[in-house]
Ligand binder design. Structure first.
Ligand code: ZN
Length: 684
């Protein structure tokens, strides 16, 4: 591993923060921490931490000895001075006298000694930093170090690799006891400037930020060299029984079977969003004949278990010739996993004084031979984090197996981490948004109305994919809301199939379709040419059917219901002169919504439409023309003056109507009007 420390960059960082009154010690700690956090093979997603001991001044101006230590919720790679809150050091050092300290009391002691009452909680490893005498302390979960420690004889391998300037600490879960053990190990060998925490990670110390950082790079490099010496193909691939299904075919089946039914009568599910990963290293791991041994031992470092659960699920191979067999096999495997998980909880949940609340039994990592890894989370970000962590697990386990044999913390220790009281305390405190864990697809997503719909659904917690003929328009609308943009011509069946597959690969499935793309054609019906009428039917009717059919196929594979929403038009109810080419296919689309409501109600799939009209001049035509430049723009209507309320109807009003229908769990086959009031267009 290369050192990325540059004296000029460090000095520039100090100078930049000095303008905002940040002390040099803190700026250097920030600089070093960011360098470490920028290396994914050292730390991932909030893992690791760092600190510096320095002097601050309290409000009265008196000097106070403090520990600036990473606050929870901050990533090392993106840390800034507020991410290293200051804690009074002396009261923390005095805690060394104690025999034991509960996690709750420890967190409280840290909080009451913060200089800033609004600062984030200092890291749970803060006492470890406080109990070491060195000025700068860095901590990572370096993959190469874990490959050496995660062995039955990990300590011997580490001593052989790192020598005597490093102290070795047996596995203890993070908290007060680990801090005491590390302090004792340092006292027993006063000259050491690094600690290897077996089956956990590495600490390096120094009198300067640069020294602590360089020591980390040097020791990790030594570990990498040791790994490289051993590196060879370790996993023996199982013989494939035939071609396998695609990720887009497997994901909805898996997502549906993972979903936890929370209320059968109400059709409520706790769904997951999935992330899929593949590639040569992942395939070598999941295709290995010995997968059931090396994958089922536990996480490479305890920090991962909360995101990935201690153990993954191994799915059956999804043979392309037997999708029904795969579904049945997967269903049985998930049932077995859940039963095993509950048995594990029962085995270890033995404290009668403080029994733990069992977590849901669904796996977060699913290994699919022949295909790769699927990670499950409450949203796309959580799924991606779990997938990243598991990729690190794969690298560490592969290297550990190359060196010797992978070994990790035992089941009781895994339980202690997964059911850590600090994590348990967070349970049930998160209020979820109404569309959390659902995946919505919006066509015409690059236009004004489509973008407004995407924004409203994203704000309601859904993962959103914006489809548009104009891929760049979709990307422009998607970026500010964190949605997925997919170029898609909804009048082309192959394009729709590819777009839906892309959404399914990105998120694991589809729960809501907002079929919004459309464009207006005009002409007196007795004189309009056939080509115009047929072109309008292609976009304003058949495209709705194509997209709905593709979405329904995914929803049926999931088996957890779904919602289809169509953008109909006032023209479908209340035709205007010379708008036949537009109104006729829209009338058919309104019928289409009702037909889906009838045909798929039993599967819990609802279908509704929005009849929007008199939207602010320009908006409607804008949105419509966006997806079809050949459209002949609508003539100017009296958009506002003509409505009963005399209020302007905007794109976000239309988006709110779609959202209301998505949330109306007992409503199907309905048409909701958004036009400021127009009795001529009222449904009767
Ligand atoms: Zn750690």
């Amino acid at each position: 591993m290369q050192s990325r420390w540059r004296a000029d960059e460090a000095a520039a960082t100090v100078a930049r923060w000095a303008q905002q009154g940040v002390a040099e010690d803190v700026s250097l700690a920030v600089y070093g921490t960011r360098l470490l956090g920028g290396e994914p093979s050292l730390v991932l997603h909030g893992g690791g931490n760092s600190s510096v001991k320095s002097t601050a001044h309290d409000l009265a101006g008196d000097p106070v000895e403090v520990l600036y230590v990473k606050g929870s919720g901050w990533d090392m790679g993106a840390i800034e001075p507020p991410g290293l809150p200051a804690v009074r050091l002396e009261p923390l050092r005095r805690l060394q006298r104690l025999q034991r300290l509960s996690d709750e009391d420890m967190v409280n002691a840290l909080r009451i000694n913060l200089l800033d009452a609004a600062a984030p909680n200092p890291s749970v490893e803060t006492l470890l930093h406080a109990f070491l005498p060195h000025k700068f302390v860095d901590h990572t979960h370096a993959n190469a170090v874990l490959a050496l420690t995660d062995q039955p004889d990990g300590e011997a391998i580490c001593r052989d690799t790192f020598g005597d300037r490093v102290a070795y600490v047996p596995y203890i879960m993070p908290g007060f006891a680990l801090a005491q053990a590390c302090a004792a190990a340092r006292r027993a060998a006063p000259g050491v400037d690094a600690l290897i925490l077996l089956k956990h990670g590495i600490f390096t110390m120094g009198e300067t930020a640069e020294a602590a950082y360089e020591r980390m790079i040097a020791l990790v490099s030594r570990a990498e060299a040791r790994v490289a010496k051993a590196a060879r193909q370790v996993f023996v691939p199982a013989t494939p029984a035939g071609p396998v299904m695609s990720a887009a075919e497997v994901a909805p089946v898996l997502r549906g079977l993972l979903a936890l039914e929370t209320d059968r009568d109400e059709g409520l599910w706790r769904r997951f969003v999935l992330a899929h990963r593949s590639g040569p290293a992942i395939r070598a791991f999941v295709d290995g004949t010995d997968l059931a041994r090396y994958a089922m031992l536990g996480p490479v470092t305890p920090d991962h278990a909360i995101r990935t659960k201690p153990l993954p699920l191994i799915a059956p191979s999804p043979l392309a010739g037997d999708p029904a067999g795969f579904r049945a096999g997967l269903e049985a495997a998930i049932a077995r996993y859940k039963a095993d998980y509950m048995a594990y909880v029962t085995r270890h949940n033995t404290d009668p004084v403080a029994p733990k609340t069992p977590l849901d039994p669904a796996p977060r990592i699913v290994l699919v031979p022949g295909l790769g890894v699927f990670a499950a989370g409450d949203n796309a970000k959580a799924a991606a984090i779990a997938a990243d962590l598991y990729e690190a697990n794969i690298e560490v386990i592969a290297n550990a197996e190359a060196i010797g044999r992978y070994a990790t913390i035992d089941e009781a220790e895994q339980f202690d981490i997964e059911y850590w009281s600090l994590e348990q305390a967070k349970l049930g405190k998160r209020a979820e948004k109404p569309l959390a864990r659902q995946i919505a697809v919006v066509t015409g997503g690059g236009g004004t109305i489509g973008a407004a719909i995407g924004k409203a659904f994203r704000a309601a917690g859904a993962e959103v994919a914006l489809l548009d003929r104009d891929g760049e328009a979709a990307a422009r609308a998607a970026k500010p809301i964190g949605a997925l943009a997919v170029a898609c011509d909804v009048t082309d069946q192959a394009s729709v199939a590819a777009a839906i597959a892309k959404v399914v690969e990105a998120f694991g499935g589809v729960d809501i379709l907002v079929s919004n793309a459309g464009a207006a054609w005009q002409g007196r019906i007795g004189e309009v040419d056939d080509a115009t009428l047929r072109a309008s039917f292609e976009l304003n009717f058949f495209a709705h059917q194509t997209v709905a059919k593709a979405a329904v196929a995914v929803m049926l594979a999931q088996g957890t219901g779904g919602v289809l929403l169509f953008n109909a038009s006032k023209q479908a109810v209340n035709p205007g002169p010379s708008f036949g080419p537009y109104g006729l296919p829209k009338a058919a689309t309104m019928g289409l919504a009702r037909q889906y409501a009838i045909d798929y109600g039993a599967e819990g799939i609802r279908a509704n439409a929005v009849n929007a009209d008199r939207i602010r001049s320009g908006l409607l035509t804008d949105a419509m023309v966006a997806s079809r430049s050949t459209a002949r723009g609508m003539s100017e209507h009296d958009y506002m003056a003509g409505n009963l309320l005399g209020r302007e109807v905007t794109a976000s009003d239309v988006a709110d109507a779609f959202l209301a229908l998505a949330l109306a769990r007992k409503t199907t086959g309905a048409v909701l009007t958004v036009d400021g009031g127009n009795v001529a267009a009222a449904l009767r």
